[in-house]
Design a protein around this ligand. Sequence first.
Ligand SMILES: [Zn+2]
Ligand SMILES: [Zn+2]
Length: 253
Amino acid sequence: MRVIFLGTGTSQGIPVIGSTHPVCLSDNPKDKRLRVSVLIEWNTYTYVIDCGPDFRQQMLNAKCTKLDGVVFTHEHADHTAGLDDIRPFYFKQGDIPIYAHKRVLKALKERFAYIFETQNKYAGAPGVMPIRIKNEPFRLGDLNVVPINGMHYKLQVFGFRFNDFAYLTDMKTIADEELEKLKGVKVLVVNALREEEHISHFNLSEALEVINKVQPERAYLTHISHMLGFHDDVEKKLPKNVFLAYDNLQINL
Ligand SMILES: [Zn+2]
Ligand SMILES: [Zn+2]
């Protein structure tokens, strides 16, 4: 299995438009972060988790030529706003499967009504095959994927386990029985916004606490704000099996 971090930034991305914060002005490519998403490939399958406003650029960066589906964590715009840009895949492959909680499917239907239109649909619009997921394992390709339920302040959000790899983003709290589902995972990705507390996202110490409970071989932090600091400075402060993810980072499992 190969995982590509397509984006590792929080909702505004880094640099933030118009910001003069030193991290936003950094020349280090690792300090430039598109909106959060990962591409996961195994055997002949290719899926992405979330499809934010940078999706087009991310598919070009990853040289992605085929997409078997999009799996959504939740409906926030930084995770969904790029849905229209699945068009090149739709034109080649037909309706693209999208997997989401029923609340998220409803939000997508409201925001992208033209995509879900059944009568007089515009020929240039993409098509999707909505697949509702619950907090129980579901099939992607030849794999059973395990949803991990978390809370993003008051909003339910799904993380996902793909065998030895698990991906959690936009979480603020997670129940112990959900953490149990992560036991034995080799690579764990967890959101870590910044050092200061935040109402709806883990800060750095909360993310490290989750990692400490799960005890993966390696962990990567994502959904990062410029307020966390320069990539190279932050990484020096982390435990030896914890890394900051960065855009275009690839890991093989
Ligand atoms: Zn987000
Ligand atoms: Zn969110």
